[in-house]
Design a binder for this molecule. Structure first.
Ligand code: FO1
Length: 305
């Protein structure tokens, strides 16, 4: 069986960790959002790729979800002392990733290649594909503070400015292997990620949504009981659609693309018209991730066959 998982953010990476342990290494390909990427202090930072890489390598800071578990911030302390931009917390060990990625990209190596090199060095057996090797940037049109690049809105402004629209800037060229991986898979799993800023950037790439539409797709709801586990999704649903935040609102956002959905037990009624599985979707431990991944795979095999 071949599975493609679309991932962005911490929730997506956590489910990926479960899928990676539930499947043979060759059976899973992760397509990871790079719309959050940006250049910070001259370094090319790819937060969602790093969160997936660290999580699959077992090196991630479990509670935060991003960055490394064993980490210090001495360098950041000096940036602060120089009154430099310390709003984005780059750890001392995390810096190694940004330094090597930036040096590779500057010398003409593709993001896909440097990602494969770093993941290989960390012993990750699954395929981790950036959604694109071209810079595709998520821009947040806010009420009151104009259009902000994603990290400026999400981290620096703590996602406080209300969102009027989400746009993607750049060439919409999928990375090598992305469409082929979808074409070759048995089904697609959309992780419990923010649909607007973690999944839509992937779906907006040339040919990707069409390829996915030809496959059975199961999504895990990032909304539990009307709230997001992490991040600004609940308010984004209200601001962008006028609907109350719910698993159903997420299903409606994906339109007919998603053919079945896994939601938190008790949220089933919010999703009409497609098969729904109620499960315990909040992943508090690595065991939770494996259990949920196995439930998703079993449900997909039944509901999508
Ligand atoms: N998120 C924050 O809320 N604050 C930070 O200071 C921060 C630093 C950071 C450094 C490296 C990295 O890979 C991720 C980091 N993140 C931080 C998370 C990041 O903004 C988000 O994980 C994604 O961009 C959206 O899911």
């Amino acid at each position: 069986m071949k599975v493609v998982a679309l991932s962005g953010g911490v929730g997506g990476a956590r489910l990926l960790d479960g899928l990676a342990r539930a499947l043979d290494p060759g059976a899973l390909t992760a397509i990871v959002n790079t719309g959050d990427d940006f250049v910070h202090l001259g370094l090319c930072v790819s937060p969602d790729l790093d969160t997936v890489m660290y999580t699959l390598a077992g090196l991630a800071h479990e509670e935060r979800g991003w960055g490394l578990a064993e980490e210090t911030f001495a360098g950041l302390g000096m940036i602060k002392r120089y009154q430099g931009p310390d709003w984005f917390a780059l750890g001392d060990r995390d810096l190694a990733t940004h330094l090597l990625r930036t040096e590779a990209l500057r010398s003409g190596v593709s993001l896909s290649s440097i990602t494969a090199r770093l993941c290989g060095a960390l012993g990750i057996a699954q395929r981790v594909l950036p959604m694109s090797d071209a810079p595709v940037r998520t821009m947040i049109e806010t009420t009151g503070e104009g259009t902000l690049p994603f990290q400026q809105w999400f981290v620096r402004r703590r996602a406080e400015p209300p969102v009027r629209a989400v746009r993607f800037e750049g060439e919409r060229v999928p990375a090598p292997g992305v469409v082929a991986a979808v074409d070759a898979c048995d089904f697609v799993v959309v992780g419990p990620s923010n649909p607007y800023v973690s999944v839509d950037p992937i779906l907006c790439l040339d040919g990707v949504r069409d390829a996915i539409a030809r496959k059975p797709v199961v999504a895990i709801s990032p909304i539990v009981g009307g709230a997001a586990i992490k991040g600004p999704l609940a308010s984004m649903i209200r601001e962008l659609t006028g609907q109350a935040a719910s698993a159903g609102a997420v299903a409606r956002h994906y339109g007919g693309l998603v053919r079945a959905m896994v939601v938190e037990r008790g949220d089933e009624e919010t999703v009409a018209s497609i098969p729904v599985l109620g499960a315990s979707t909040v992943m508090r431990s690595r065991d939770d991730r494996l259990r949920l991944a196995r439930e998703v795979l079993a449900f997909a095999a039944k509901a999508l066959s």
